[in-house]
Design a protein around this ligand. Structure first.
Ligand code: OGA
Ligand code: MN
Length: 284
């Protein structure tokens, strides 16, 4: 059976079937997936139950993996864990635990790792345990946001550089890093306008970590970042997970956010690998 690409909105997000990503891929298979990724920004693979080894093998097709260094419970492994389950015991983490407060920032529109000096190409998220209701993940197109701008605004943004700061985004949800936790994450700067090296299509790098546009007046900077976010949200898609689903998103062309679920009564375990843009022509 040949791989099938089913668009979920006219220009953003597609479902991929007819291919088994739990097994090693040949070159032709990965080339088809990579082309779909560049075209649709978010790919949804239903019912592809990855384990740790197969998730790493699949993810490495895209490039080198980022190590996890933050206060994420999976720090020190290639995984980032979004979960209400204790990594050691599997028991539900109490709602008032600091680990749950840390995850609240995932409910802000963001793209992964924009607070790092080397950007991420994409993330791969596999649904290991899924609550019966809630806990969908939403996606918004920052390519559509850029492409909807008129020429004078594009010209204004052409050389714009944005400061991204991990402490800034966590502070937005009332989570404070200790000085020691914040030390590995000084604010970084990235060009606002990104170009997909394969398609030539442009997008904007925004989201919760984006603190300000360097050299702009504070209010103008905030207004522009908010306007771009509002534009991205006009091209959105919400994915309701089933156990075993795998989703890949382009961290430079899409934003995503988690949505609430009953974390006291239900279990949720999502495991992410994050692919670095280090090998890409359009590295930062
Ligand atoms: C992530 C993330 C959202 C979710 O894994 O990077 O933001 O719904 N996840 O768990
Ligand atoms: Mn994320």
């Amino acid at each position: 059976m040949a791989m099938m690409v089913t668009p979920l909105t006219p220009d953003f997000c597609a479902e991929i079937t007819g291919i088994d990503i739990t097994l090693p891929l040949d070159e032709a298979e990965f080339t088809a997936i990579r082309a779909a990724f560049d075209r649709w920004s978010v790919l949804i693979f239903p019912e592809q139950p990855l384990d740790d080894a197969s998730q790493i093998a699949f993810s490495e097709n895209f490039g080198p993996l980022e190590p996890t260094r933050s206060v994420n419970p999976a720090a020190g492994t290639p995984f980032a864990r979004q979960s209400n389950l204790d990594i050691e015991t599997g028991a539900v983490i109490p709602a008032d635990d600091r680990r749950m407060a840390y995850q609240k920032a995932n409910m802000l529109w963001h793209s992964d790792s924009t607070f790092k000096a080397v950007l991420s190409l994409c993330s791969v998220l596999s649904a290991r345990e899924v609550p019966p209701v809630g806990g969908a993940t939403q996606f918004a197109s920052t390519r559509a946001a850029y492409e909807g701008l008129d020429e004078p605004v594009r010209a204004r943004l052409k050389a714009a550089v944005v400061e991204h700061d991990f402490s800034h985004s966590r502070a937005l949800v009332g989570f404070e890093f200790t000085a020691q936790e914040a030390a590995p994450f000084p604010a970084v700067r990235h060009r606002l306008v990104r170009v997909n090296a394969n398609s030539g299509r442009k997008s904007v790098l925004i989201g919760a970590h984006a603190k300000l546009i360097v050299g702009w007046k504070a209010e103008e900077s905030r207004d522009m970042l908010d306007d771009l976010l509002a534009r991205a949200q006009q091209h959105a898609y919400s994915h309701e997970w089933r156990q075993g689903d795998v989703v890949i998103w382009d961290n430079q062309a899409a934003l995503h956010r988690a949505t609430p679920y009953d974390s006291v009564r239900h279990r949720r375990l999502m495991q992410r690998t994050t692919i670095s843009s280090r090998n890409e022509a359009d590295a930062p």
